[in-house]
Design a protein around this ligand. Sequence first.
Ligand code: ADP
Length: 471
Amino acid sequence: MSTKPKSRWANTEEDAELDAKLKLEKEEKRRKKAEKAQKLAEEEAARRKAAAAQQADNTNLSNDHDDPSRPSKRRKLTPEPPSSSAPPRLLRFDPPSSSSLAPSRSVDHYDKLNDIEEGTYGFVARATELSTGRVVAIKRLKLEAADPNGLPVTGLREIQILKRCQHRNVVKLEEVVVGNDIGKPDNSIFLVLEFVEHDLKSILDDMPEPFLSSEVKRLLLQLASGVSYLHENYILHRDLKTSNLLLSNRGLLKIADFGMARYVGESPTPKLTQLVVTLWYRSPELLLGTRSYASPVDMWSVGCIFGELIAREPLLQGSNEVDQISKIFQLCGFPTDESWPSFRRLPNARSLRLPPKQQQQSATGSVIRAKFPSLTTAGASLLNSLLALDPDKRPSAKEMLEHEYFRQDPKPKPESLFPTFPSKAGQERRRRHEPDAPVRGQAVALGDVDFSGIFQGRKEEKGAGFSLRMV
Ligand code: ADP
């Protein structure tokens, strides 16, 4: 008889046999998985070596052109451009390094633990790397029917941009892997990202108490720091919102989801799509149809996030684009030639019929002040400036970092003193109640929008002393 105490569950010999069998099967499965991982690692090492050798060959080949005795392989079909002292401003691409030439690893190096969420452009799951046991987040890019032979442009941009970003407030892309997801034999592409326990939207939805002022300040400083890094590197995020801001258990905020992001030049690039940024965080110039915009579109979203951190609900929850711009005007005032000199030149501005001047609420920030009575004067002035209708009047992320609000008491709370929250990422799928980022091709024209009726009973209240009532 065995001296080992019987399992609580193995009451019969049959049970014990079954237990032993299952244990053996489990061990065998584990051994096979380890063998597979080892084989993959070896194959990959061989592939890397071959890629490095190939690159060395290519380098030799290109060096061949330096030998004047050898004929050029290609005929020149276009004439040399005229030389000029000012070099043309072209996008520069770094030459590929041998590591970037190496083929992507297989997703089989990771074991899926659970789904986190299905987003607009991908499915995100928690997983462990088999060789290290490290926990990561894996985002499978959704392949659209329109892109059957390739990656959607959003996925390409996300990879290209995240690969180059290195900042503590920007989520880190560890690698890109390929393979088949369970039940999806479609050779998918996956982004392996550092795993961050929470996103701000889930925290705001669940927390019993609002963030303290000192916590709001630290979160905003981190957000501004990440956004400043992006803008200094000519990257527009174009979808900043609380569900795209991750927060670690150590109080570290990270900007995620670069599916809408893109590189821009130093001066505003003309002809960008205005179909960017989730509706509730979309700036007035985008809603009015501008196609030449720049970093202030992100700063508007930062303003919306600021308001949301205090109110614990999105600041401007329009049900469609017309409703969104109405809500913006109710909060920030109607645009005037003084508050936003260039607004009349925007494509959709022509179809706006604004109330007569004397009935317009001027953009003094009084509505914002009244909506957030707990904010100090400095806090309200920062929020007001972020939510300036005129994009040129919004502070840059760098300027925001220097704002008086962050120097005043209570001082920003150190990250290490941040409260921790129960992680949802290890549990069931998260659910969202917010409109998603726009999908290309789904423009909603403002059409002829009559804002003169935004004041109820404006006719009766003609003249001085009218009261503002929102519809
Ligand atoms: P999509 O581009 O499809 O909208 P996101 O990148 O926004 O996808 O991710 C969707 C959700 O997945 C996020 O709101 C967040 O909850 C979760 N998530 C994304 N990246 C990570 C990560 N690195 N760690 C943990 N959770 C993440």
